[in-house]
Ligand binder design. Structure first.
Ligand SMILES: NC(=O)c1ccc[n+]([C@@H]2O[C@H](COP(=O)([O-])OP(=O)(O)OC[C@H]3O[C@@H](n4cnc5c(N)ncnc54)[C@H](O)[C@@H]3O)[C@@H](O)[C@H]2O)c1
Length: 258
């Protein structure tokens, strides 16, 4: 099916791993021009896509650094002429308990998941609003739907992503720019490997046991795979979602129903 993404330029932050990597490949499969933006591995990830015939480049990008964001955005506009789509997938997970949480935990998570995502969105949106078109897809989390005693800072960061999505959508919709989000459930990625190890340790079990415990409460009966997010990301970025504004869609195997 032609989703109208052929030839469109899409930047995927966090595009060198996990969910971002799968979404970058999905856009490549639609004939989009893919820019992998990541703090590490962007070049290798882009090369892997190019080897499959995708028009892809890698850009070193630290969303926690305004100068890095400015350089990446200006560089892509110079090389590609425009940015049509931004997917904000870069993210970090930490799970200190309520009493163990430090200001450093807050700063580290905020720098990437909240203010990093926001400043990246702002930089791309400025350009998109000037052009009068664009689409932005933020990767939130079901952790933003409900607090969790085991990961208070991460959950707060992802609730912020849902809120930023709504505010940005309202600020930009009349300028031709749509902003929506995806709230993934538990997805098997490098982030999940670390999360299942650290959270399992809290319960006195190993990563495999923790994963099995979680699978037991997912109605679909399994973890998600990065590829499970691709269809929703492509749809939200496409003209087919032209009247979808400020929404966050759960893609979680049925954990949250709305
Ligand atoms: N895996 C899950 O279960 C899950 C569930 C819900 C939401 N999410 C969210 O999905 C997104 C992707 O997670 P993932 O599971 O694919 O993780 P991942 O660790 O596989 O990928 C995250 C990517 O972000 C990049 N990154 C980290 N800091 C960065 C920075 N400062 N600037 C640019 N890039 C940076 C990393 O290098 C990495 O390539 C994150 O926002 C995460 O919070 C993941």
């Amino acid at each position: 099916m032609d989703l109208g993404l052929t030839g469109k330029t899409v930047i995927v932050t966090g595009g060198a791993s996990g969910i971002g990597q799968a979404i970058a490949a999905g856009f490549g499969g639609q004939g989009a021009r893919v820019v992998v933006g990541d703090i590490k591995g962007a070049g290798d990830a882009a090369q892997a896509l190019a080897a499959q015939g995708v028009d892809a480049i890698g850009v070193p990008l630290d969303v926690a650094d305004d100068a890095s964001i400015a350089a990446a955005v200006a560089g892509v506009i110079a090389s590609h002429g425009a940015i049509d789509v931004l997917v904000n997938a870069a993210g970090l997970f930490r799970c200190p308990s309520l009493f163990d949480t430090t200001r450093e935990d807050w700063a580290a998570i905020d720098a990437v998941n909240v203010s990093g995502l926001f400043m990246m969105l702002q930089a791309a949106a400025r350009h998109m609003a000037e052009r009068g078109s664009g689409a932005i897809v933020n990767i939130a989390s079901v952790g933003g739907r409900r607090g969790d005693e085991n990961a208070p800072v991460y959950c707060a960061s992802k609730a912020s992503v849902i809120s930023i999505t709504q505010s940005a959508a309202l600020a930009l919709v009349k300028k031709g720019v749509r902003v929506n989000a995806i709230a993934p459930g538990q997805i098997e990625t490098p982030l999940w490997s670390a999360l299942s190890r650290d959270m399992g340790a809290r319960f006195g079990i190993d990563a495999a046991q923790f994963t099995a415990m979680v699978e037991g409460i997912i109605p679909a009966g399994r973890l998600g795979q990065p590829g499970d997010l691709v269809g929703t990301a492509l749809f939200l970025a496409s003209p087919m979602a032209g009247f979808l504004v400020g929404q966050t869609i759960n893609v979680d195997g049925g954990v949250y129903l709305s």
